[in-house]
Design a protein around this ligand. Structure first.
Ligand SMILES: O=c1ccn([C@@H]2O[C@H](COP(=O)(O)OP(=O)(O)O[C@H]3O[C@H](CO)[C@@H](O)[C@H](O)[C@H]3O)[C@@H](O)[C@H]2O)c(=O)[nH]1
Length: 467
């Protein structure tokens, strides 16, 4: 069944690329508001949040058309202090990036080994300026760190999520397009905003595109990537597959959105909401005025031939009737997808392992969704920790699985695995006794495949190395 439904992703994958040179001149580009939100400086260190803010400010987009908002749901003094420091630093950082055409516009990336290629064939003047900026960068970091070391500056004043960026920005800058990023993300290509505009401003795609989703990637992946964190299958196979069907889903962040679609539905939605605006959007007359501006907004569209900005690829997969053939073919198909994208056999193996883990542990998501559907669950957002735990990072880099803290989530996996192991030995015993090799071959093969795939969990159970 799973195989069957998954084929939909392969029917008509679409891979898109944009030609920013064909966009209208900067003065004709529409406004863009970037939203970043944070809540807890202990889980989301302010220094890191400011990297995200600086990379957003440094986007290759006309300054008078770009507004960056940071919402602090925790209302912490250190966040306010941090953004003042970051905006001061941005005053030197952005001109530097523009002057030298820097691509890695997140200072942490530029000053790390990831930014090495930016250093090639550079003048003395560049090096001198770079040193000056590095000193200012360090100063900003030290100041924020010092301020954040005082307990009264990192306390959460208000832990009720406000998420008011959308309304506030509607009154202040009201950009017809918005970008949403988490506070631990940064953009690795400053032209991404312009690339997104290619889709919004193209007369053909603008009729049906409400958002442009960029793939999310981790920058500190280890070579072994045992947890399949690079999410190749999500952003290559699934998102491109959905794009060719009825369009991909939102990935939560990393998406440029048409503000009008967010407010009123699709780009062609009628004005019903505006007719009863007070009811839908509250009593702020200023905000309602801002909605009218957005509704009436006409972007300067340039007639770009569609083929020039979008490239599409179509693949049709054959239908396999025999189960064994289906199984082998699926594995080969998966392997080819991984290898053709520059991946390795280890990556293919890790993807299979994590796929099983995710499939089995998704039982918890199903329970959560059911509770929510039945109204048994209060709305609560649990925040993921972004502060690096050195011990866990070390384990990850060494390619060692870390099950600490995951005991509950792993329990269905443990149970299934133990059932598998028992069945495997039961099957072996039957083969030796009854000698029905042909009948048992398929079952024993599948059982051993799952056991080998789950080796790290078997090891954890046997040695009880982790909690
Ligand atoms: O009450 C809250 C809770 C969260 N956040 C912010 O929301 C963002 C996302 O929260 P996080 O815990 O980081 O979510 P993750 O589970 O790590 O990320 C997943 O969920 C996000 C929200 O849907 C998506 O944007 C990501 O792509 C996806 O990886 C962060 O910037 C948080 O600071 C708030 O501002 N207020």
């Amino acid at each position: 069944m799973l195989w069957f439904f998954n084929q939909a992703f392969r029917w008509r994958p679409v891979s898109r690329s944009a030609k920013v040179e064909d966009l209208p001149v900067d003065s004709n580009l529409p406004g863009l508001d970037i939203f970043v939100c944070t809540i807890d400086p202990e889980k989301e260190p302010t220094i890191d949040v400011m990297e995200t803010i600086i990379s957003a400010i440094a986007m290759d987009y006309p300054a008078n058309k770009l507004a960056v908002y940071l919402s602090d749901d925790g209302g912490c003094p250190v966040t306010l202090y941090g953004i003042k420091e970051a905006s001061e630093f941005a005053k030197v950082w952005v001109p530097f990036c523009n002057k030298y055409g820097i691509k890695s516009r997140t200072p942490r990336v530029f000053f790390s080994s990831m930014g090495k290629e930016e250093q090639f064939i550079r003048t003395h003047e560049f090096r001198a300026e770079q040193e000056e900026i590095k000193a200012k960068y360090k100063e900003m970091q030290n100041n924020i760190e010092k301020f954040g070391s005082e307990p009264q500056n990192i306390g959460i004043v208000n832990d009720r999520p406000a998420r008011i960026e959308f309304r506030v920005s509607g009154i202040l800058s009201n950009g017809p397009y918005v970008l949403v990023v988490d506070c631990d993300m940064f953009c690795n290509d400053p032209s991404s905003a312009k690339q997104a505009m290619c889709f919004f401003l193209d007369p053909q795609t603008s009729n049906y595109i409400s958002f442009v989703q960029f793939p999310q990637m981790f920058y500190n992946l280890s070579k072994k990537d045992i947890y399949d964190n690079q999410s190749r299958s999500a952003f290559k196979t699934m998102w491109q597959g959905m794009d060719g069907l009825r369009g991909p889903g939102l990935a939560g962040s990393g998406n440029y959105l048409n503000r009008s679609s967010l407010l009123f539905g699709g780009p062609n939605q009628k004005d019903d909401y505006l007719l009863d605006a007070l009811n839908y959007f509250g009593k702020s007359t200023m905000f309602i005025e801002s909605l009218k501006t957005i509704r009436g907004h006409k972007t300067t569209k340039k007639n770009i031939p569609r083929d020039e900005i979008l490239r599409e690829a179509q693949v049709t997969d054959p239908w396999f009737a025999v189960f064994a053939f289906l199984y082998v073919a699926t594995q080969i198909q998966h392997l080819i997808e991984v290898l053709s994208g520059g991946g390795s056999v280890t990556m293919w193996w890790n993807e299979q392992r994590i796929w099983i883990l995710k499939s089995v542990t998704s039982i918890f998501a199903i329970i959560e969704a059911m509770k929510k559907g039945l109204g048994l669950k209060k709305k609560k957002i649990s925040l993921s920790n972004k502060a690096l735990d050195k011990e866990s990072v070390k384990k990850y880099e060494q390619g060692r699985f870390n099950f600490q803290g995951a005991a509950l989530y792993m329990s269905p996996m443990f149970v299934l695995l133990i059932v598998n192991i028992v069945c495997f030995f039961g099957g072996l015993w039957r083969v030796l006794k009854v000698k029905d090799y042909v009948e048992m071959f398929g079952q024993l093969f599948l059982l051993s495949y799952i056991i080998v795939l789950s080796y790290p969990i078997v090891e954890a159970i046997v040695t009880m190395k982790s909690n």
